[in-house]
Design a protein around this ligand. Structure first.
Ligand code: NAP
Length: 338
């Protein structure tokens, strides 16, 4: 095998045009790792945040990684080589993973490439019956929805708050999901339905038909009506848009309810939440092969469907980032690798 592969690298931070399709060294599978031949790469917001140098963060938090760097965390592919001590997969297995997140969040998970090395503990077998495009689209969005709604699954410190995030019961509860057409949102809708929640989906009007297909109980087009003026007495709001504006959802919740901003930076209504008796909690998604293995059966039997917004060849990663910047993503953007 050649020791050179194609990858998309950046040599400086900037807009989509800093993404260059070029030769790069094939990574090694170190002890406990697996070298995966990548077939598809799922895109996520941290990809464009890092491409742009996390400009929205205060300067002291901005990363200073070594260039060139390779973005990307979510992959589906085939096991090519095993590092020492790996026993959970074999060469030729089809696998999917979210690679080293948040460990490599500030220097790139190296997934925009023909090969990537992945800690074996972060891999799961690709769900039977779905393609590499759908499998690569799932990991970060699905693990986020899973860790917020179903099971946190780890004891690592929470960077957003001094206490661990804890999911709340969903069966028979009223759950509002904001940003329901996006990557995290459309999977969260399906996990909440699977758990037996009454789901109120909030998204722009073009998502109405999709939301009906996914079986939501109520749909609110936020371009026509403000969900916070309509909904009352919900048990849980999962706000995948988040930020300061998440505070408007406090009045949609009953006392004892919970507000989970998936993007918690800027949220500053903790005093009001305490006065209303509402728990506010967030967390940072973490790689987990075992949770992907649990979720695999839901993807395999169609309980959870991954919606694809668009696909682009790896060589056209810059176009894929431009698509993301245009906004209004329905489901996921995926890069395909020959
Ligand atoms: N805590 C964590 O570890 C974690 C993990 C994953 C993601 N995140 C964060 O969560 C956010 C969502 O991620 P994602 O991957 O789901 O992004 P995404 O795929 O871009 O989805 C965002 C969705 O929000 C919708 N939206 C935009 N403005 C809205 C508004 N005012 N009201 C309702 N919906 C609105 C967008 O479409 P329409 O406008 O067409 O409806 C889009 O579908 C990002 O900020 C990301 O950084 C955090």
């Amino acid at each position: 095998m050649s020791d050179t592969m194609k990858a998309v690298r950046l040599h400086a931070f900037g807009g989509p045009d800093v993404l260059h399709y070029e030769d790069a060294p094939v990574p090694k599978a170190e002890s406990g790792e697996v070298l995966v031949r990548v077939h598809a790469v799922g895109l996520n917001p941290p990809d464009w945040y890092l491409r742009d140098g996390y400009r929205a963060l205060p300067p002291e938090w901005q990363p200073h990684p070594a260039f060139p760097l390779i973005l990307g965390s979510d992959i589906s592919g085939t096991v090519h080589q095993l590092g020492d001590g790996v026993t959970n997969v074999s060469v030729g297995d089809e696998v999917y993973a979210m690679v080293r997140f948040p460990a490599d969040a500030m220097r790139g998970g190296k997934a925009y490439a023909e090969y990537v090395s992945v800690p074996a503990s972060e891999l799961a077998l690709k769900p039977a019956g779905i393609g590499h495009v759908e499998a690569a689209a799932a990991p970060m969005s699905l693990l986020t929805a899973w860790q917020f709604l179903i099971d946190l699954g780890h004891e690592a410190p929470n960077p957003f708050q001094p206490f661990p995030h804890a999911p709340v019961p969903l069966a028979g509860r009223s759950v509002l999901i904001n940003g329901a057409g996006g990557g995290v949102g459309h999977l969260a809708v399906q996990l909440a339905r699977w758990q037996g929640a009454h789901v109120i989906a909030v998204a722009s009007g073009k998502n109405a038909a999709l939301m009906r297909d996914l079986g939501v109980d109520e749909f609110i087009d936020y371009t026509k009506a403000a969900a916070d003026e309509i909904v009352r007495d919900a048990d849980l709001v999962l706000d995948t848009v988040g930020g300061q504006a998440a505070a408007r959802f406090l009045k949609t919740l009953k006392r004892g309810g919970a507000l989970f901003p998936v993007f918690p930076l800027g949220f500053d209504a903790h005093d009001e939440a305490a006065r209303l008796g509402i728990t506010v909690s967030s967390t940072q998604v973490r790689s987990s092969g075992s949770q992907l293995a649990q979720a695999s059966r839901l993807l395999a039997d169609g309980t959870v469907r991954v919606v694809i917004d668009s696909t682009f060849p790896l060589a056209e990663a810059a176009r894929a980032h431009a698509r993301a910047e245009a906004g209004g993503i329905q489901g996921k953007i995926v890069l395909t690798v020959d």
